[in-house]
Design a protein around this ligand. Sequence first.
Ligand SMILES: [Cu+2]
Length: 236
Amino acid sequence: MKSLILTLTALAIVAGTASAGDVTGKITLKGTPPPEGPLPIDPTCSKFHPGKAPTTRFYVVDATGGLADCVVYLEGAKGGATADKPVVIDQKGCEYLPYISTARVGQTVRVLNSDPVMHNVHPTPTGEGNKEQNRVQLNASAPALDHSFPTAEKFLRFKCDVHGWMFAYVSVFDHGFHTVSAKDGSFKITGVPDGKYKLVVEHRRAAPVGKSVVKEIEVNGGAMVNLTLEVPAPAK
Ligand SMILES: [Cu+2]
């Protein structure tokens, strides 16, 4: 009996001193975004989209208002999980998938070509030491192209010069506490040590860099944070 009480006490102590948890939540878009437009896609690439022309992906919103493709991170955080798995971006149907990603400094950003046509992979970074490259991938049998960036940089752009409508953006962080909101607007940053943080949301249109949405949060064994972004008023 005594040992059982001791065990229970030990368990209670462990449970009471949670040192890390997940920061989860949902990002909702308020307002009606402007309609997406058709991509200026060429006849060859159009064949990969039978019956449905691809459009821009400025606002990817689900039926509940959940906003995808938001970059969510903890400002100034240190450490985090190692980034030994590559971030993978595919080129499929002459589009980059996904459109928005995050990576850690030094993490491999791997670009694939799933198309039977040639793409070139052209990152155009602005961060010091982040290297611009421009390499061809002939078709789906071409080897993957790996990149990595030594300096943190927001929305580092990848483009294809063969197809002027092809863009992808990768936000690079010097810590591991970042993610991209899913199709339903949900997000999850795992393994966050207890403490106070600034949770930042950036979105190419609704909350661009410089107009980020910031919320002070406290993590105590995890945290749940829902945020709303607004469609900006049209420029006059
Ligand atoms: Cu291309």
